[in-house]
Structure formats: C-alpha cells, structure tokens
Design a protein around this ligand. Structure first.
Ligand code: NAD
Length: 499
C-alpha cells in the first residue's frame, strides 16, 4: 500500500507484482461522520423491515455474492497475493455464514415468552433482541471477505446498518461487497464501505453515532480502538491475533496430523489468525511426525502463479518480524530443519520448520504471521496442554488423537475460544459455532447464535395479565400479606439439599 496526493487517495497494491490494483479515497472524519448519519437512517428503515423481509434480502445478497464469487476471489487474489483457489474457498466460507445468519436471525433473536416464575404467574414475560442501530466493522487484510463477514452478516441479520472500514491493504474487497449489497437493497445504504488508513478506522471508533464496534486485527490496534470507544462507552467485540498450538498425541494419525499442521502453518503464507504456529508432539510420535512434516514442507513453493502453494507476505513490514523471529530462535539454540534465516526473500518467505526452540524465544511467544512453525517434543499430553496454554494469546488450537475422550478432555483444557480435533480449524466452517478468543486474542463472539446476540440488545418486557389478590410493591401492603409471602418463600426455598 502506498499513499498518494496529500492522503486524499491511496492505492491498493498487488504485493506479488507491485502493481497498483486501484486507487481509493482516504475517508476523513467528515466523510466517516456522513456515512454514520446515512447509516442511522438506514438502520431505522432496516430495523422496521422485520425478520421476513430482511431474511429475503440477506439471502439475495448471498446469491449476488455467489454469482460474483470469481470476481470477488480474483480481487482478493490481486490485493492479498494469496492463491486464487484460497480466495475462492474464503469467499465460500463467507457465503456459508451469510446464509446461516439470514436463516437463523429470527429464531435466535425474535420475541419469545419465558416462564415468569411461580411468584410472577400473573405476568407474561417476553424476551426479544432488538438491533443496536449502527455497527462499525473494522477489518484486517488476511481474510478480507471471510473475517469481516463474520461481523457484517450477523450485524445485518440482527437488524443493524453497518459502516465497514476494510484494511488499507484490501479496500477493493470492501467496495465490491458494498456494491453487491446496494444492488440487492437499493432503498437504503445498509452496508457502506469507508476506505482509508488507520485514521479512518479511528474516526469510526471514536464516533458517538456508532452503537458498537466489531474490530478484527492486532491486539495492539484493538487497545487503541477500545480507548477511543471508551470516550462514548461504545461496546466493542475484539477479534485479535493468536499463537495457536497443534497437539499431536502418541496414537495420532501422523499423516493426517502432518498434513493439517502444514496447511495450518503455511497456507496463506502463515498469515492466519488461527494458523498453527507451534506443534507439541508426544515423545513416541515425535520423530515420525517430524519426518512426515519436513518431507511435505520441502514440496511447498511460494509464488503468484497457479502452481504456487501460497503467496507473498501481504504487508511488507511483516517480513522483518518473521526474519527476527527466525534469527532469535536460531540464536537461542534452535535448529532450522527446513529453511532458515535466508528463507525470507522479499516478498516471499519459503517454509521454515524450527525445532529445539526455547519457550522464551519470540518464535514461541509472539505472533509470527509467516510460513514458519516450531515443533516441540513433550513427554505426554499434560505437558503438551501446559505448553500450549503458555502465553498471552488464546484464540484456537488443534488436537490430533485417536482416543476420543482424551482428545475431548484436552480440547476442553486448552485455553482457547475454539479447538478442532483431528482436522485444522474445522469450527470456522460451522456457522452455528461461535468464534472468538481469550486473553490477548480478544473477547466477544462472532458466528452462531452468540454472534447474532453480539449485535443485539436483549429487551425484557413483563406484561401484567391479571392483578394478584395481594400487591407487595404498594404502600397498601399489610403485615398479614407480608407474613404470608414469607411463609410461602420458606416453604419453597428453605429446604436443605442432600447429595
Ligand atoms: P491491524 O491491527 O494493523 O489493522 C486492523 C484494522 O484496524 C485495519 O483496517 C486498520 O486500518 C485499522 N486501524 C489501524 N489503526 C487504527 C486505529 N487507531 N483505530 C481504528 N482502526 C485502526 O491488523 P492487520 O494487520 O490488518 O491484521 C492482522 C491481525 O489481525 C493479526 O494479528 C491477525 O491475527 C488478526 N486477525 C484476527 C482474526 C480473528 O478473527 N481473531 C481474523 C483475522 C486477523
């Protein structure tokens, strides 16, 4: 990305070829404020449309995206440099989420009656989830359609209007998405895209006109966004980085584990928030696993052609971080069994597999975001979990084991928002499952019913169906009535429970 003419426009650049993909406006504070104002009106119209009409329009947006899948994927390919098929797969995942959000919004958020409790039997208790209004979505570049769609689809389905600030590395994806939505919903701009750099995102986050910010990006930026949101008490959902671990049990299918670990670590050039960055292998399986992993890794070649396994590093600044992590690992006594410090060849990084890397090195502690992986020998599953749970991040993780109960137990003990067993990141394609992290990986959830509720406000309504013979919240209350209620409460709740 380079900035042109006094920052009124900027270019998105193909990271593989250096060619300019397109010029986009830098939306300043005034442009962002105008978009938010338009979104306010749109949100009222969209909210009043009702579940059925919104569902219909969202399903048609899905249809439009599906018919434009190749156009969207080509743009992602150009802006990020990732292989076209990966861009297609990413778009398919976005379509799956849009479909689920459209079909499940009413069931999850629509009005329902709940049991009012014995003491309130004269009440009808209604729970419903109302839209928040205007949701600001700030997105990253690594999965420029899948990641923001996790917020956009669910926020729209909950009845909100959205102002989307895509990454400055992938602005075209956001522009095309807004164009497709406008084609289906011409009446009001329910999704607007404001392009720009960090300052455009900051203008969105600091606006009192935004009812919630859905941020996806680094933990460092999330803290700035939270600070801006604090001014207006704007709530935020934060989807940040990770340092995810893959655990390989002694009895695991090692071919499948090596295949998944390699894809998890190297696909998209390792630029995946839920990518595998560390592998902990139980002693008996370590040597065989490492052999399989290194053999497969040697076949991988980065590039921009159709045969390339993965593309360039999208954000040039990341190359220095990747190089620093590799050098630090080697300086601290680690061994590069595939690649090494000279694997960083701008704009590409060839596969790097490191072993014997100490726990305190940056390659084990910090998000590398490159096609590198550290492999560690551990004595058992307990040690693997202990090691996997070290550090500040806690986004996702993978367990390979043939023993179902051991795998489930390890998955539960893993300090992460998501864990997949015997596959890499299978949860991401299951729209009904929530997605989000713990610790520095963020908080709040996108996807699934929790993701819909993230963009809605619970509304409680208690309607009096008939008046009770006694009214305890009245100055007319008598001592006799109070004594009667105390007696009733004693009968109902004073009991001692036995095991
Ligand atoms: P980033 O934090 O640099 O930028 C994210 C977005 O924030 C961009 O649109 C950027 O313009 C905007 N921004 C920058 N400064 C801002 C400010 N002061 N106020 C408001 N917005 C601002 O992250 P990135 O490099 O685009 O993305 C990579 C990171 O995202 C990695 O850490 C990755 O793990 C994470 N990520 C997380 C998930 C997830 O779901 N948890 C998904 C994808 C990526």
């Amino acid at each position: 990305m380079s900035v042109a003419t006094e920052r009124t426009t900027f270019s998105s650049v193909n990271p593989a070829t250096g060619e300019v993909v397109a010029e986009h406006p830098v939306s300043d504070d005034a442009a962002v404020a105008e978009a938010i104002e338009r979104a306010r009106t749109a949100s009222e119209w969209w909210g009043d449309l009702g579940w059925k009409e919104r569902r219909l329009r969202l399903l048609n947006i899905k249809g439009a995206l599906t018919r434009n899948l190749n156009r969207m994927a080509e743009l992602i390919h150009q802006e990020t440099g990732k292989p076209l098929q990966d861009a297609q797969l990413e778009t398919i995942m976005a379509i799956v989420h849009l479909d689920w959000a459209a079909r499940n919004a009413r069931k999850t958020l629509g009005p329902r009656t709940v049991f009012p409790g014995v003491a309130s039997l004269n009440q009808k208790a209604v729970l419903e989830y109302q839209p928040l209004g205007v949701v600001g979505v700030i997105g990253p570049w690594n999965y420029p359609i899948f990641t923001p769609m996790g917020s956009i689809a669910y926020a729209l389905a909950a009845g909100n209007a959205v102002v989307f600030k895509p990454s400055e590395f992938t602005p075209g994806v956001g522009v095309l998405l807004a164009e497709l939505v406008a084609g289906v919903v011409p009446e009001q701009p329910v999704l607007q895209t404001v392009t720009g750099l960090g300052a455009t995102g900051a203008a969105l986050a600091s606006s009192p006109g935004v009812n919630k910010i859905a941020f996806t990006g680094s933990a460092r930026t999330a803290k700035k966004v939270m600070a801006a949101c604090a001014e207006n008490l704007t709530p935020i959902v934060a989807e940040c980085g990770g340092k995810d671990a893959c655990i390989v049990d002694a009895d695991a299918d090692l071919d499948a584990a090596a295949d998944a670990a390699l894809w998890g670590a190297m696909s998209n050039a390792g630029q995946t928030c839920i990518g595998v960055e560390r592998v902990y292998v139980v002693d008996g399986a370590y040597d065989a696993f490492l052999d399989k992993l290194t053999e497969k890794a040697r076949d991988l070649r980065p590039g921009f052609d159709r045969e390339a396994a993965y593309g360039p590093i999208t954000m040039p600044g990341q190359l220095d971080i990747i190089e620093r992590h590799i050098k630090d690992a080697l300086d601290k006594g680690g061994t590069a069994v595939v690649g090494g410090a000279d694997s960083v060849r701008k704009p590409y990084v060839e596969p790097v597999i490191l072993t014997g890397v100490p726990d305190d090195s940056s390659a084990v502690r910090e998000e590398t975001f490159g096609p590198t992986i550290t492999v560690h020998r551990v004595k058992d599953l307990d040690e693997a979990i202990d090691k996997a749970n070290q550090g500040n991040y806690g986004l996702a993780g993978t367990i390979f084991s043939k023993n179902k109960s051991r795998a489930m137990d390890a998955a539960r003990r893993m300090r992460s928002g998501m864990t997949s067993i015997n596959a890499f990141a299978s949860f991401a394609m299951i729209a009904a499952l929530p997605f989000g992290g713990v610790g520095e990986s963020g908080f709040g959830r996108i996807h699934g019913a929790d993701g819909l509720r993230e963009f809605a406000r619970p509304k409680a309504i208690a309607r009096t169906r008939f008046t009770l013979p006694m009214n305890l919240t009245s100055f007319e209350r008598t001592d006799k009535e109070m004594a009667r209620i105390l007696q009733m409460i004693n009968m109902m709740h004073a009991k001692r429970y036995k095991r």
